[in-house]
Design a protein around this ligand. Structure first.
Ligand SMILES: [Zn+2]
Ligand SMILES: [Zn+2]
Length: 247
C-alpha cells in the first residue's frame, strides 16, 4: 500500500536522534510523502528539549520541499491514571499533533489492569490523537480493552515500524501487534503506521509494517496512512467527542 504520511519522528531536539527538521523534511519529500509529523519527546526523556522549544515551534514553516509539516510531541504517560508529562495548556497552544506513549524511564510498570488503564485514560483524553507503540511485552496490556477504547474515542493506535526492527529494545512487538491488528480488523478500527524515525534515512520507510500487514492480510482501508484527509477527519472526530461531552 501507499503510505501518504509519517507522523511520528524525532530530530536532534529529542536528544538521542540525529537529523535536523530540514533534513527530515527533505527526506520525507524525497520519499514522496504528502505530510510529515515531527514529534519530539516531552519532559522525562533524558536530553530532550525544554518547553520553550515547543512554544517556539510556531515560527517553523508548515510547508517545506513541497510537503506539509505538523509539529508536535510524543508525550509520556506517567501513571496509571494516564497523566501526561506535559501541561494541557502547552499541548493545546503549541502542538499540531499529539502522541502519547509509555517509556520505561518515566513509568513504573504495573499489572495488566494498571497498564491497560493508563493507556485507556490517554485514549480517552481529547488532547491525545495517537498512542505510540502499544506493543511492548515489558508493559503487558489487555488488547481488547485498548482496541474498544480506541474505537469509541476515535484515537489512533500505532503500528510502529521501529518496534518491529531487530534493533528495537521493545519486546515481542510482532506478536503483540498481530493480536492488536486482528482485534482492529474484527471491530473495524482504524490504525496508523509510523516509523518513529530518529534519523532522516528512516523517514517514510515502512518495510517491517508492510511485511506484517501483508502476512496478516490486514485490510488496507483500516490503515489511515492511505489518505491525509481520512487522518484529519479521524483526528477531528476524536477531538470533537470531548467538545460535545462524553456520555
Ligand atoms: Zn516512543
Ligand atoms: Zn518516538
Amino acid at each position: 500500500m501507499e503510505f501518504k504520511f509519517d507522523l511520528h519522528t524525532h530530530t536532534i531536539a529529542s536528544g538521542h536522534a540525529y537529523s535536523t527538521v530540514q533534513e527530515m523534511a527533505k527526506a520525507a519529500a524525497d520519499k514522496g510523502l504528502e505530510l510529515l509529523g515531527i514529534t519530539e519527546h516531552a519532559k522525562g526523556i533524558p536530553g530532550t528539549c525544554d518547553e520553550i522549544y515547543f512554544h517556539n515551534m510556531r515560527i517553523i514553516p508548515r510547508k517545506m520541499y513541497g510537503i506539509d509539516l505538523m509539529f508536535g510531541s510524543e508525550i509520556n504517560i506517567i501513571d496509571y491514571d494516564g497523566s501526561l508529562s506535559m501541561d494541557a495548556e502547552l499541548i493545546e497552544k503549541t502542538l499540531d499533533i499529539r502522541i502519547a506513549g509509555i517509556h520505561t524511564p518515566c513509568y513504573e510498570i504495573g499489572s495488566v489492569a494498571q497498564n491497560t488503564q493508563a493507556y485507556v485514560k490517554a485514549i480517552e483524553n481529547p488532547m491525545i490523537d495517537i498512542i505510540s507503540h502499544p506493543d511492548d511485552a515489558r508493559i503487558p496490556i489487555d488488547y481488547e480493552t485498548i482496541v474498544d477504547a480506541a474505537k469509541e474515542n476515535h484515537t489512533l493506535l500505532e503500528i510502529n515500524n521501529s518496534s518491529l526492527d531487530c534493533l528495537s529494545s521493545r519486546v515481542n512487538a510482532w506478536e503483540n501487534l498481530q493480536i492488536m491488528l486482528r482485534l482492529c480488523e474484527e471491530k473495524n478500527v482504524l490504525v496508523v503506521a509510523d516509523t518513529d524515525s530518529h534519523i532522516s534515512t528512516a523517514v517514510g520507510v515502512f518495510d517491517h509494517v508492510e511485511v506484517l500487514l501483508k502476512e496478516m492480510n490486514f485490510p488496507e482501508e483500516l490503515v489511515v496512512n492511505r489518505s491525509v484527509d481520512l487522518l484529519k477527519q479521524e483526528i477531528l472526530k476524536h477531538r470533537e467527542i470531548r467538545k460535545i461531552g462524553r456520555p
